[in-house]
Design a protein around this ligand. Structure first.
Ligand SMILES: [Mn+2]
Length: 384
């Protein structure tokens, strides 16, 4: 039995931009390649569509692509397609059209020649419920069949959401399956797990532009005789991710460096995707807004698709201030404590070093005692 395992087509992604064709071209390449490689069935681990309610154009194009595939397809829906109870989602719609088999908290058996595939599927659920849903479904391998569990979740350590303590960990997953597949994460991962293997096929289209996606190509897996083979796609655009760090730089220095980096990029027959992250400090008094990037974007518009992030670039004072706020946010201080920290920082710059005075000041401010505030500020007994 030869299976093609893929995920996260995100059909309709960036539909109002020059990248509108990418998701369709790349999904079609994956499906067609699976057919060319004589896959007996194709498994799709969710997020076939990019939006919950795809437009009729997007749905129409998806139907055209799936209609050409004569190989059985089994799919779960992902986080992007999930709708409320009783409402039909877009993957169920494809099932109603006879284009694939949709599975959620269920096991479907497919007989291929003399062999049997038992596909146990859990569609995407909010991460906080993932463990409960898995425990409730509690899939058991079917005797005499190839057993595959397919889900669409954040799984530690591959993606940690940081929200909720109930995020699924790899070790929460049952160990008795031949293969466990998860969608949701957009880059590929492959690991021995329990009696079989665990894989993340990754997306077929680049949506998040993470650095790891530059290192790992887009594609899908072929699973045959319990062996995995990754099949890379040929149609995706080249992706370049680069961080440029500056130290007390002039704005002209930044724009010159950006221009020279962009000039050095070799295009292919498709415009490459370039994500440039500018970090570090500018000379005093300047902010990232002072750098004329519009002109640069114009200059390279015909050569590449640029996403420029300058939110982490600024003068030392501004970055320091932002850092204080970030630290305070992380500490989750009360409003009083937060006020005290900020006031302490500002008074420190003015030369007030005594914590006692600062606390008195804050208390007076909170009580609206302007006279005492004035008195404390004018006495300046503790000035260093
Ligand atoms: Mn996705």
């Amino acid at each position: 039995m030869k299976l093609a395992v893929m995920s996260d087509f995100h059909l309709g992604y960036a539909y109002n931009t020059e990248r509108r064709e990418d998701s369709f071209i790349q999904a079609e390449e994956a499906l067609q390649k699976a057919v060319e490689l004589n896959a007996d069935a194709i498994l799709i681990a969710g997020d076939i569509f990019d939006s919950r309610i795809p437009s009729q154009d997007v749905l129409g194009r998806a139907i055209s692509i799936f209609r050409k595939i004569r190989t059985p397809i089994i799919a779960i829906h992902g986080t992007h397609e999930r709708r409320g109870k009783g409402l039909t989602n877009s993957v169920q719609l494809l099932e109603k059209a006879g284009l694939l088999k949709h599975v959620h908290c269920d096991t479907t058996i497919l007989e291929i020649g003399t062999e049997k595939l038992a596909l146990h599927g859990i569609s995407g659920v909010p991460d906080d419920y993932a463990r409960i849903v898995l425990e409730k479904f509690n899939p058991e391998p079917v005797q005499g069949a190839l057993n595959i569990l397919m889900l669409h979740q954040s799984i530690e350590p591959f993606l940690y959401t940081g929200q909720g303590k109930s995020t699924l960990k790899l070790t929460d997953l049952p160990k008795s399956f031949d293969l466990i597949v998860s969608g949701h994460v957009h880059w590929t991962e492959e690991k021995e797990y329990g009696n079989g293997k665990f894989i993340i096929p990754g997306s077929t289209v680049l949506t998040q532009m993470r650095k790891i996606e530059m290192e790992k190509p887009k594609g899908f897996y072929i699973f045959e005789n319990k062996n995995l083979k990754f099949v890379p796609l040929e149609t995706p655009r080249k992706f370049i991710y680069k961080a440029l760090d500056f130290d007390n730089a002039k704005t002209s220095e930044v724009s010159d460096k950006v221009k020279s980096e962009l000039s050095a990029i070799q295009g292919g027959d498709k415009k490459p995707l370039v994500r440039l992250i500018l970090t570090g400090t500018l000379e005093q008094g300047f902010t990232a807004e002072d750098i004329q990037l519009g002109e640069i974007e114009c200059q390279f518009r015909d050569k590449l698709i640029l996403r420029l992030d300058k939110s982490r670039l600024g003068s030392k004072e501004i970055l320091e201030r932002r850092e204080i706020l970030e630290r305070l946010k992380q500490k989750q201080l009360s409003v009083d404590e937060l006020g005290l920290e900020l006031l302490k920082k500002h008074l420190d710059e003015l030369g007030y070093k005594d914590l006692n005075t600062v606390e008195k000041l804050l208390a007076s401010l909170a009580e609206g005692d302007a006279d005492n505030v004035r008195k404390l500020l004018t006495s300046r007994q503790d000035i260093s």
